[in-house]
Design a protein around this ligand. Structure first.
Ligand SMILES: C[S@@+](CC[C@H](N)C(=O)[O-])C[C@H]1O[C@@H](n2cnc3c(N)ncnc32)[C@H](O)[C@@H]1O
Length: 274
């Protein structure tokens, strides 16, 4: 989950095999700790145009398929396709129902035909893609004219409290990096699609202690996969330093963890072809 605002950070791009393996391992634990994911995906569903009646939908980065099941309820007549890079997630999702088809694929190279999809719904997946311009161009390629891409992602400022606390302890990169909000704006405007919604909203969760937060990130498969991350066990002294450093953020509700969520709804123009 790197890229940040600039292209050309090849050494810092995420290893997709690691992303896939991490989410595959997390498939069973994911749903029990995915409150933020539920809230964000539900907000994204609310932002879909009321008039939209797609002939079919794709849940891109579908994870356990929770939102595939929501999409099935919302559009009962439609054929639905769940696409995810993690085979373990697809297996788990297939058992729960929702989509008609479960396809292994990468948002940057969609295994779908040109102009074949009415709605692409993607909640909290594309922050893992180094090439967001590529994601948008693939979405534009596979959408039918008038088709809609609705995505939720994360930008800089996400988990800032954890990042700052680690910074105070050892100055190393312990938290995934995120693209700048301005990069989302620039790339969406340049996508050749009409931007109907593009906003950045903070969601703040509270935890009783730092371990609850780090355990949750691990159970989600969303712990630090950054190239250059420290490896090996975290020593007792450094962990103690982290707990202390995070305490300065404590609020009456607990320790805050801020997620800067980006919501986008883009429509492929009716004219202008593929
Ligand atoms: C945080 S989960 C979100 C799952 C689901 N959308 C939800 O909201 O519950 C992110 C999902 O995106 C998938 N993912 C990550 N990178 C991807 C990529 N390049 N292409 C497709 N899926 C990807 C992961 O395997 C994981 O299942």
């Amino acid at each position: 989950m790197t890229d940040l605002s600039q292209p050309g950070l090849p050494g810092a791009l995420p290893d997709k095999r690691q992303v896939a393996a991490s989410f595959s391992r997390a498939a069973v634990s994911y749903d029990s700790v995915a409150q933020l994911q539920r809230d964000v995906g539900s907000t994204l569903l609310e932002q879909l145009p009321a008039s939209l009646e797609p002939s079919n939908w794709v849940d891109l980065g579908s994870g356990t398929g929770y939102f595939s099941r929501m999409l099935k309820q919302r559009y009962p007549q439609c054929v639905g396709v769940a696409v995810d890079i993690a085979e373990g997630m697809l297996r788990h999702a297939r058992e729960q129902g929702g989509a008609h088809y479960h396809v292994a694929g990468d948002a940057e190279r969609l295994p779908l035909r040109e102009a074949s999809v009415g709605l692409i719904f993607s909640s909290l997946a594309v922050q893992w893609c180094g090439d967001f311009a590529g994601v948008l161009s693939e979405a534009r390629r596979v959408l039918q004219p008038g088709g809609v891409l609705a995505f939720a992602s994360l930008c800089v400022g996400t988990l800032q409290e954890l990042r700052d606390s680690w910074q105070a302890v050892d100055g190393l990169v312990h938290v995934n990096r995120f693209r700048q909000w301005e990069a989302y704006q620039r790339l969406c405007i340049a996508s050749g699609m009409q931007v109907q919604v593009l906003e950045n909203r903070p969601h703040v969760l509270h935890y009783p202690d730092v371990r609850s937060l780090t355990h949750e990130l691990k159970a989600l498969g969303a712990h630090n996969l950054n190239p250059g991350r420290p490896t090996g066990l975290t020593g007792r002294a450094r962990m103690q330093g982290l707990l202390q450093a995070y305490e300065r953020f404590r609020e009456p509700q607990g320790l805050p963890a801020t997620y800067q969520v980006v919501y986008g709804v883009l429509q492929k123009p009716l004219e202008g072809g593929v």
